[in-house]
Design a protein around this ligand. Structure first.
Ligand SMILES: [Zn+2]
Length: 229
């Protein structure tokens, strides 16, 4: 039974989001919790920015398949602009939806040039799948108390991705939750190396070492930084 008290205890665990959320965003100063407009998103129209056009050209050049997404204002400060949905980056990735294009490009480079080579070289097996807990979510920063929960997470701008597991061709499934403190030094080294690779590419990277809210995933975003823990 989920009584209010057990919910209060479980909530930080149930919400897979991120406490730090890339430093958050100061645009929201309301005392209300962040939530999307009940009547749904508003399409903003307008042409893509030069930055978005260049980013999409870069993805195309790198043989990444993606769909450009319309700019949308979801209310509550939650905005998706210059975003794409990645369809094929060479390795299947579950759970990806809207990502701002620079986030999508950085994530693709991390998987192709950071994670895949580390799997082959350190664990001796090709990477066949990456599992995500998601990208866009209209919400505040999770896990840092009521004040932080009223500040926008980078997820609310489609500017963050949470990654939970990696599957290898030999059948092994390496999860942040169970393997961050693995007894196998090669697996620990693999996770540490790909985290360091992420820290060189994204603005903010949070691991289980940051806080309890990140016990089961890497949070990676293109907001404020650099911050790597
Ligand atoms: Zn996150």
């Amino acid at each position: 039974m989920a009584t209010p008290r057990t919910l209060a205890i479980l909530l930080p665990v149930l919400l897979t989001g991120c406490l730090f959320g890339g430093g958050g965003n100061d645009r929201v100063t309301s005392n209300q919790p962040i939530r999307p407009r009940a009547s749904g998103p508003i399409e903003m129209g307008g042409a893509p920015t030069a930055e978005t056009r260049q980013c999409e050209a870069d993805l195309t050049r790198d043989n990444v398949r993606f769909s450009p997404l319309p700019d949308r204002d979801f209310g509550g400060g939650c905005l998706v602009t210059g975003a794409v949905e990645l369809l094929d980056i060479g390795v299947p990735v579950s759970g990806l939806k809207s990502m701002r294009c620079p986030l999508a490009k950085t994530f693709t480079a991390w998987v192709q040039h950071g994670v895949a080579p580390a799997a082959r070289e350190i664990l001796g097996s090709p990477l066949v799948k990456v599992e995500s807990l998601g990208t866009y979510a209209c919400r505040g920063i999770v896990g840092a108390g009521a004040a932080a929960s009223r500040r926008l997470s980078e997820h609310a701008l489609a500017n963050a991705v949470d990654i939970s597991a990696f599957v290898l061709a030999d059948g092994r499934r390496i999860t942040i939750e169970h393997d961050w403190h693995s007894n196998d030094p090669a697996i620990r080294q693999f996770l540490q190396i790909i985290q360091r690779s992420a820290c060189r590419r994204f603005r903010t990277v949070l691991s289980p070492d940051y806080n309890a809210a990140h016990y089961n995933h890497f949070h990676m975003d293109m907001g404020r930084g650099p911050f790597c823990r």
